[in-house]
Write a protein that binds this ligand. Structure first.
Ligand code: SIN
Length: 294
């Protein structure tokens, strides 16, 4: 899954090395500390829409430089459940200490799909990575949607779900425990009420830029299908989630210090593997504002 291959493509301003797998590409030849010309930006945006996730190796970015790069994709957003870094109001530090057990994002999800307008992009930068483990998996929810049986797609075409942070951040959620929150650096004091908020989004969303449809609901953010109980909703939510994250839709990013990745939350799921207990992992995360899923 990790073998990477060079592709011949019509990118003129960038080197593109496709990941081995159904999505993702490495962009070569750029130093993201430098101002990028408009034609370079245009190709980065095009590659991002095509591949869903891009990575850039061997960068040396300060929090401000990372935020500046992210701003090239749109207005920056604030993640509601973590303190931002002292160094920058839009950057959060994701640190899993060698002594910690819980990691951030260790479930198949797309970022904060429980918000009315979830972020369109996440920009993650590796400061320190374990010698082994700590990779991130990405799943292509567009291809997974295309492969759904037509009868299932049509039956649920207009269906909507109730999305909530409760399953993850609520008192009984994965991160509900106060010790876990402290380990993660979460800020729940004034945000606890938000964990109970609910919002309605489609189960399948249409990408606002490419027009492609993808599976959007997940087991961790979608509480139930509108008009149905959670119990009655779970078989379909489970089927869609297991289908969308099946091996044929998944690619793996192996981080190195200085790797920056940007992924499209409107059409991918991701999963931060938690297979490196006893080692430290330190990432910096910035999100870019998105629109209401349709
Ligand atoms: C996230 O889910 O945003 C974090 C992913 C990672 O740390 O690999």
């Amino acid at each position: 899954m990790n073998r990477e291959r060079q592709i011949i493509d019509d990118y003129r301003q960038l080197g593109i090395v496709e990941w081995d797998g159904p999505l993702g590409a490495e962009v070569t030849g750029l130093d993201l500390r430098q101002a990028l010309a408009p034609e370079v930006w245009a190709e980065i945006q095009r590659a991002w829409l095509q591949y869903g996730v891009l990575c850039f190796r061997d960068q040396q970015l300060t929090p401000a430089q990372q935020a500046e790069f992210a701003r090239g994709f749109g207005e920056l957003d604030v993640y509601p459940f973590m303190r931002s870094s002292d160094a920058h109001p839009h950057v959060i530090e994701l640190v899993k200490e060698a002594s910690s057990k819980t990691n951030f994002g260790g479930l198949w999800h797309t970022d904060t799909s429980y918000l009315p307008e979830p972020p369109k992009a996440t920009v993650l930068y590796a400061v320190e990575v374990p010698e082994q483990g700590g990779d991130t998996l990405f799943a292509d929810a567009r291809a997974a949607f295309d492969d759904l049986p037509p009868s299932l797609r049509h039956r649920w075409a207009g269906a909507r779900g109730i999305y909530t942070p409760r399953l993850v951040h609520g008192s009984t959620g994965v991160y509900g425990d106060a010790d876990v929150q402290a380990e993660l650096g979460a800020r729940y004091g004034d945000e606890a009420g938000r964990a109970e908020a609910e919002v309605e989004h489609p189960l399948f969303r249409t990408h606002p830029e490419t027009g492609r449809k993808s599976i959007y609901c997940s087991l961790v953010h979608t509480l139930r299908i509108v008009g149905m109980s959670r119990e009655a909703s779970l078989p379909l939510l489970t089927e869609l989630s297991e289908h969308a994250t099946g091996d044929r839709y998944v690619a793996r990013l192996r981080w190195q210090p200085g790797t920056l990745a940007i992924w499209d939350n409107r059409c991918l799921f991701h999963y931060a593997l938690n297979d490196y207990h006893g080692q430290r992992r330190h990432m910096r995360r910035v999100i870019v504002r998105g629109d209401r899923p349709r």
